[in-house]
Design a protein. Structure first.
Length: 177
């Protein structure tokens, strides 16, 4: 049986942040130096967006802009898609799949408290990301994981008809119980 795991248990606390007034070059340097793929953009201590390596490639390099002249606030993704620290990991994974994102800032009462990534989820639940990606590609977010093959997270028996029930992939015999 798989325990229900809140985001706070696997998130990285105190993610690296940057001001929206910083330049693309400064953001790239911080990402390189810290060996990370994103920065949460803050304004007066509040998270307002996220800037990723992909943003730098698509919005700066591919547009032949000079990174030292581009402001982070002009290339960040906003509004910020975030998750609460007490949300279950499976719900965070669903949100990541639906939004086609790999990182989620964790926000509590408007304050940034952490970051959860696909890698964090893969470490504790390797098959979950695979499932969310596959169903996102198929356009089945509304019917998330319907009819999945694998082991029931309640009884452990292999089934070809696992479905989400109370945030667990459950076989027909274990659903609703």
């Amino acid at each position: 049986m798989r325990a229900r795991i809140p985001v706070v248990e696997i998130m990285t606390p105190n993610p690296v942040t940057i001001s929206g007034e910083a330049t693309g070059a400064e953001a790239a340097k911080v990402m390189r130096d810290k060996d990370i793929g994103s920065l949460v953009v803050v304004d007066r201590g509040n998270p307002t967006g996220i800037v990723t390596e992909r943003d730098l490639v698509k919005k700066v390099a591919a547009s032949d802009l000079q990174p030292s002249r581009v402001r982070v606030k002009d290339i960040m993704t906003s509004p910020l898609v975030a998750v609460h620290p007490h949300e279950e990991v499976v719900e965070a994974a669903k949100l990541m799949s639906q939004r086609k994102i790999r990182r989620l800032p964790v926000v509590d009462d408007g304050k940034l408290v952490g970051m959860i990534t696909e890698n964090d989820i893969i470490r504790i639940w390797p098959t979950l990301i695979e499932v969310t990606r596959e169903y996102a590609r198929a356009g089945l977010e509304e019917q998330f994981a319907k009819g999945i093959e694998g082991h029931c997270e309640v009884c452990g028996v292999y089934s070809t008809n696992l479905m989400w029930d109370r945030n667990l992939l459950a076989c027909p015999e274990c659903r609703g119980g």
